[in-house]
Ligand binder design. Structure first.
Ligand SMILES: N[C@@H](CCC(=O)N[C@@H](CS)C(=O)NCC(=O)O)C(=O)O
Length: 204
């Protein structure tokens, strides 16, 4: 999702292939044995198969969003994305899928609550920033906004009422603005899972 958002905002045209994770096509596994989505294959055949790397590649071609952040320190932006990708995502996964962690003995109700509250600590950091500016690093969106909001969206969807009751009104408003954003609506249009020989779907 965030890779598509970055490609869209950078104006990079690309062919889209929807994947069913339980039935990954051979063409995908051939170019990316790591077997996770997203995967981007460039016209020279090279492959980028980490969402953040795709974002960096896309926005390095047209870096208005990275530039916007530079006034506030690119390091701070990448540090926040790192905390999102490592810590927040870890707590999110355990809050969202407690049953996946049961076998490893590290999930029970107490732990699930722990992960909810630990995730909220990160939301509190976002709330502090969004109290001051409309986006995380200023009055315009930057890469950090797009890198992070899809994970906050996932968090909000686990228990929407509970999320809405949190006192993070600026985070809620920021998320709602992204969900209503034309770019998000555009990239979320679903296509049938890709089969060789299908009509080509493009990002634009
Ligand atoms: N760090 C990777 C994580 C990618 C990832 O884990 N993607 C999930 C879907 S959101 C996936 O493809 N899982 C493989 C599977 O479920 O088979 C990235 O951001 O690109």
């Amino acid at each position: 999702m965030r890779a598509r958002m970055a490609l869209y905002h950078a104006g990079v045209q690309c062919e889209l292939r929807e994947i069913v994770l339980k039935d990954k096509p051979a063409a995908m596994l051939e170019i990316s044995p790591k077997a996770t989505v997203p995967v981007l294959q460039l016209t020279d055949g090279s492959v980028i198969d980490e969402s953040l790397d795709i974002m960096n590649w896309a926005l390095s071609e047209d870096d208005a969003w990275r530039h916007a952040a530079s006034d506030h320190g690119k390091d701070a932006m990448f540090d926040l994305i790192h905390v999102n990708d490592v810590d927040f995502k870890m707590h999110l996964d355990r809050y969202k899928y407690p049953q996946r962690f049961v076998d490893r003995g590290d999930s029970n109700d107490v732990h699930d609550e722990h992960h909810f509250h630990a995730a909220c600590d990160f939301l509190a950091q976002l709330e502090d920033k969004l109290k001051k500016t409309a986006y995380l690093f200023g009055d315009k969106p930057c890469m950090a906004d797009v890198a992070i909001f899809p994970f906050v969206r996932q968090f909000s969807a686990v228990d929407r009422l509970r999320f809405n009751r949190l006192s993070f009104t600026h985070v809620q408003d920021w998320l709602n603005r992204w969900l209503a954003d034309q770019s998000f609506q555009h990239i979320m249009v679903k296509h049938q899972p890709w089969l060789s020989g299908d009509k080509t779907h493009y990002l634009y």
